[in-house]
Design a protein around this ligand. Structure first.
Ligand SMILES: [Zn+2]
Length: 823
């Protein structure tokens, strides 16, 4: 253990312990001004005439790939090594069976024999994940059979190593079939569509793609391993390019994920997208019963040269009847059975050059994407894929114009501005337009009662509750238990005022929204809320009073109902105004939203009880073992995102990503806080961050850089203007320190002298922390006196003359404001 003593005490700050005091007022961006800057382009127009549509999956090369089988040459191999990024396949002894050619290319092989896959993960974080799932930090997995699919030079490499020729395909055909089923039925990933992206590329040379996937099996080993290298993002970890999935109980664990050797050096993981979608114009009809019929005009701009196949995301039960290009020419498209690998992809006639655009018109319809719940309640199941969206994540910002046709009594509340709302024969017609580029578009439907806050200069709140109950709550309504009735409209005013307060508080802390209103809408689901740009879905149970919540057993988590609106409104900043680039960055969306909710509790309550209870609960959930015996805090770092949930760790995602994510921003807030200016420096940094990434996605490293730009000298622990020490410890790391504090007070004339020790334990030598130190007074106030610098598991000791104190000190404490996550 290394001994290191350091303490920096700030001078002259008695009595300013309450956060939020004396903050300088930030200059706010004007909403109208921002709207003008981001003025939406004119809606896209579908071509006047359309050629007869092609049928789905009609493309001949695609069909050939879909039907390809293991009927190529077969040969014995000995000690062949195939290296694909961090994965090294050794085929020690066995037989290789090649697939037949499609478009002159071999795109698959089966190996039966003795082989090994060795993978050394390129980061400590990934080694830890491998250990969580497979009990080893370096993979050396023996296999007895391997199925490969590829567009790279694998076939040529194997042929070069060919030994004696083998007749027939033996068991290889069955293994090939097994791989096919695995991708189609279990993973719902259209492998042949991915192969087609490279194989169909005009003039593409043999093996010129870079896609590679291997499925490994072993007779004595129940797991299957799926190792992928894909420059467009590997399965399960896109946009990262290398991934390893392992089969667990009833599903797959994402065991490894990292950028390829080339990608690791790149600025942003987003750069591997082949195209972007800057604009969408959608016309959609929703009938009683929930059937949705739509026509979407989608502007696609290529980022790479040679883009010819456009993988898209459309809900599987929304069946496409045709796709057309800019001039109305019918295009080939892929959409397999809704139960299988049904993702939509469009095949262009000509490849696009980088920067070139095409306008797609897609007609589709189907049930189950929207559910008619009865009583004028509708539930949108296909939240982000009711229209042909980009696949994978929320980093694509687009401008949307949406026209809705609904039954006359059904209102639409959608993302963006309502520009038209009128009766149109037997239907209601409403048109919505985004007032800024948005990462997703969506809507809620219902027969609503409305409440709205005053329209001032900032962002207005408009709340919507359904006038009648959905059928699934009829049992409850008729149970006779509900003294107060189950009407939800009584809560409208409270929703509005909570929304208003939240927007005011967050605007002060983080800067203005680019939206002039936010709609808070009731949804029929009871147990979750969701936030799309300008549109919040609040759970119906939020709209019921405490008596009813009690009667239906919803009061075991009272904190949830206190912050659900505040959390969802906070997503207007975190996730919408500032998006997250990939699953690695999602902790910022959820963690920052939870942190924001704590600000809401602090600023809207007479005392700090709810605020303190909130943080105490987050901490408890992080440190409690789950059914698998795993504490969320130990499962992985926040940048693992959803991957922290595996068959070995159990469900830890919510507690870790939300809870620790919130603590991270809270600890930064306290590092930036000082008694003179309160949160001024923190607000400055957060405003800067929002201003820089408004209507864009940000990465964790970009957030770090924004915080470093406005870092106070007191947080510059290593005197290098970097927050590496903090991010290494809390964002990328998984350690959690424990603190013990002892203190003695004595008098020297009128002055009070304190001698105290702060001991940090349970962490490695690399773990550095600036520990906020407080005096607890006799009357239980906490008064900030400075920060102790503690390196590793050591003790900091100090004697300080506190001068003449206007209060009676009791002891020195840390973590007075839950500003330190500790064991
Ligand atoms: Zn959330």
């Amino acid at each position: 253990m290394r001994m290191r003593v350091g303490l920096c005490l700030l001078a002259g700050m008695w009595g300013a312990a309450a956060m939020g005091q004396q903050d300088t007022q930030m200059k706010q961006r004007d909403v109208e001004e921002m709207k003008k800057e981001a003025a939406p382009p004119a809606p896209l127009k579908a071509p006047a005439t359309l050629e007869p549509a092609h049928s789905p999956n009609a493309n001949a090369v695609y069909q050939a790939l879909r039907q390809r089988t293991v009927n190529g040459p077969a040969f014995n191999v000995k000690d062949v090594t195939i290296r694909r990024d961090a994965g090294v396949f050794t085929l020690s002894n066995g037989t290789v069976y090649l697939y037949g050619e499609v478009n002159g290319q071999v795109t698959g092989a089966v190996f039966i024999g003795e082989g090994t896959l060795d993978v050394t993960p390129p980061s400590a974080m990934e080694r830890k994940q491998l250990k969580n799932v497979m009990k080893t930090e370096v993979l050396a997995q023996k296999f007895s059979s391997a199925m490969f699919a590829f567009t790279d030079g694998t076939a040529e490499e194997l042929k070069k190593a060919a030994g004696t020729t083998v007749a027939g395909s033996g068991p290889a055909v069955g293994l090939g079939k097994e791989m096919q089923e695995l991708f189609r039925v279990d993973l719902k990933y259209d492998l042949e569509e991915r192969l087609l992206e490279d194989v169909a590329r005009e003039g593409s040379a043999k093996g010129s793609g870079e896609f590679f996937v291997a499925v490994l099996k072993n007779g004595t080993f129940s797991k299957r391993l799926i190792y992928t290298v894909d420059p467009h993002g590997a399965i399960g970890v896109a946009p990262e390019e290398v991934g390893l999935l392992t089969s667990g109980d009833g599903g797959y664990d994402v065991t490894l994920g990292f950028g390829s050797e080339a990608q690791r050096g790149r600025q942003s993981a987003l750069s591997n997208r082949a195209f972007s979608v800057p604009q969408q114009t959608i016309d959609v009809t929703i009938e009683h019963g929930g059937k949705l019929t739509a026509s979407a005009v989608t502007l696609v701009t290529a980022k790479d040269n040679g883009v010819q196949i456009l993988p898209l995301n459309l809900f599987p039960t929304l069946r496409v009847s045709g796709v057309w290009g800019t001039g109305g020419e019918a295009l080939d498209f892929i959409q397999e059975d809704k139960k299988d690998d049904a993702d939509l992809a469009v095949l262009l006639k000509q490849p696009l050059a980088a920067g070139e655009s095409i306008q797609l018109t897609t007609k589709y319809s189907g049930k189950d994407a929207v559910l008619d719940m009865g009583g004028g309640n509708f539930f949108l199941v296909a939240r982000e894929n009711w229209y042909p969206n980009m696949r994978g994540d929320f980093g694509n910002y687009a401008q949307y114009t949406m026209t809705f046709h609904t039954p006359k009594e059904i209102q639409v509340v959608a993302t963006g501005d309502r520009v038209t709302d009128k009766e149109d024969g037997k239907q209601r017609l409403s048109v919505w337009q985004s007032m800024a580029p948005m990462p997703v578009a969506g809507f809620n439907l219902g027969n609503f009662k409305v409440d709205e806050s005053e329209r001032g200069k900032g962002t207005q709140v408009v709340s919507y509750a359904n006038t009648a109950l959905a059928d699934n709550y009829n049992g409850l309504a008729n149970s006779g238990l509900m003294v107060g009735g189950l009407s939800t409209t009584g809560m409208l005013k409270q929703a509005t005022s909570e929304g208003e307060a939240a927007i005011q508080i967050y605007t002060d802390f983080f800067g203005s929204l680019p939206y002039d209103h936010v709609s808070l809408t009731q949804q029929t689901a009871c147990n979750f809320g969701q936030s799309w740009p300008t549109l919040v879905y609040l759970p119906i149970c939020y709209f019921w009073d405490d008596t009813i919540k009690h009667e239906i057993g919803l009061d075991n988590d009272p904190t949830y109902w206190k912050v659900v609106t505040a959390h969802e409104v906070a997503h207007q900043w975190w996730g919408q105004t500032v998006g997250f680039s990939s699953y690695r960055d999602q902790w910022m969306s959820e963690g920052f939203a939870d942190f924001s909710a704590s600000l809401f509790l602090m600023e809207t309550r007479k005392d700090m009880k709810d605020y303190r209870d909130f943080w105490a609960l987050l901490r408890k959930r992080l440190l409690e073992k789950n059914a698998q015996g795993m504490r969320p805090i130990d499962a992985g770092s926040v940048v693992m995102g959803a991957r922290v949930d595996t068959s070995k760790t159990g469900g830890v995602y919510q507690d870790l990503i939300y809870g620790k994510g919130a603590f991270i921003l809270h600890m930064l807030q306290m590092l930036y806080w000082n008694p003179k200016e309160g949160n001024a420096q923190f607000k400055l940094a957060m405003h800067d961050f929002v201003n820089t990434y408004r209507n864009k996605a940000a990465t964790t490293e970009e957030f770090k850089a924004a915080m470093e730009k406005d870092m106070p000298a007191s947080a510059d622990l290593n005197k290098n203007h970097k927050l590496n020490w903090f991010f290494d410890a809390w964002v990328y790391g998984t350690e959690i320190p424990k603190y013990t504090v002892t203190s003695e007070f004595s008098k020297q004339g009128d002055d009070t002298i304190v001698h105290f020790q702060v001991t940090q334990s349970g962490v490695s030598d690399q773990f550095q922390m600036l520990v906020p130190v407080y005096i607890e007074t006799e009357d239980k106030r906490g008064i900030f006196i400075g920060r102790a610098t503690v390196f590793g598991s050591t003790t900091v000791e100090k004697t300080v003359n506190l001068g003449k104190l206007p209060f009676v000190p009791k002891r020195i404490v840390v973590n007075y404001n839950y500003d330190l996550l500790s064991d």
